[in-house]
Design a protein around this ligand. Structure first.
Ligand code: SF4
Ligand code: SF4
Length: 243
């Protein structure tokens, strides 16, 4: 007569359970989630892929690691952090999402984010469009000259690159110099009228950071390091992140 073993009880091992615990305020535990749903009510990704942040957190708490690490919902989260803002316990759900993303083999992550991250690693601009420092400099100078001529009230406006000792270091969404260069100008005008001493860097000017969204720690660090190194090299005091 054959015996069939039935396993009773036993706690399911969950790496995500541990991560959630680490993230709760004041060394608390999962019971601190009040299941109030405030996170889900304001989340732009609620309902997509039949998921929402509260459900995601509960599944993590229940040790459903396979589901947590395979749901494509993690790529729908915008990392906006609205859920933390409204959560009475300040539970860092995007941190969970980040870790779930990181569990995906790199080559299986969404192509758009992956391609943009890899593009940003191609040169020192850190531009997801792959724009080189020379091309960025050319476009900025060209657009500036055009506006200085067309609008005499802005003839003294500047758009400096690598200005030593500037107070503010600005980055820039790299889509604009490539597809809509005029979109850069309103901010230049504001800074000019406010008398702000600012500069772009020829390195690390690309403001978007797809490597962060890709959950690629090394690449993310490289992008941030390139920007901040440039800001330090120029002696800037304030990093103005426009993204
Ligand atoms: S807002 Fe915070 S406490 Fe409320 S359900 Fe979401 S995670 Fe739990
Ligand atoms: S960070 Fe993600 S989970 Fe939180 S509200 Fe934004 S989209 Fe939703």
């Amino acid at each position: 007569m054959s015996e069939k073993k039935i396993k009773l009880g036993g706690k399911k091992k969950s790496i995500f359970m541990d991560k959630v615990k680490e993230l709760l305020p004041d060394g608390g535990n999962l019971n601190l989630c009040l299941t109030c749903g405030a996170c889900s009510s304001g989340c732009p990704a609620t309902g997509i892929e039949n998921m929402d942040p509260r459900k995601f957190l509960r599944m993590a708490a229940l040790g459903m690691d396979d589901e947590i690490t395979s749901t494509p919902w993690v790529w729908m989260c915008t990392m906006c952090q609205r859920c933390i803002y409204v959560c009475p316990m300040k539970i860092d759900i995007p941190q969970l999402v980040y870790n779930a993303r990181a569990s995906w083999p790199r080559e299986t992550r969404p192509k758009g984010i992956l391609g943009s991250c890899d593009m940003a690693l191609k040169n020192e601009s850190c531009s997801a469009m792959g724009t080189s420092p020379d091309d960025f400099t050319f476009v900025v100078e060209d657009v500036l000259e055009e506006y200085q001529e067309a609008q005499p009230e802005f003839k003294d406006m500047e758009a400096p690159i690598d200005k030593q000792g500037a107070e503010f270091f600005l980055n820039q969404n790299s889509r604009e110099p490539v597809t809509e260069p005029d979109e850069m100008v309103p901010l230049w005008k504001i800074l000019h009228l406010a008398g702000v001493n600012w500069t772009y860097g020829s390195k690390g000017w690309g403001g978007e950071n797809y490597c962060m969204f890709l959950s690629d720690n090394d690449a993310w660090k490289h992008i941030v390091q390139t920007s901040t190194d440039m800001a330090h090299e120029l002696g800037c005091k304030t990093f103005l992140n426009t993204e």
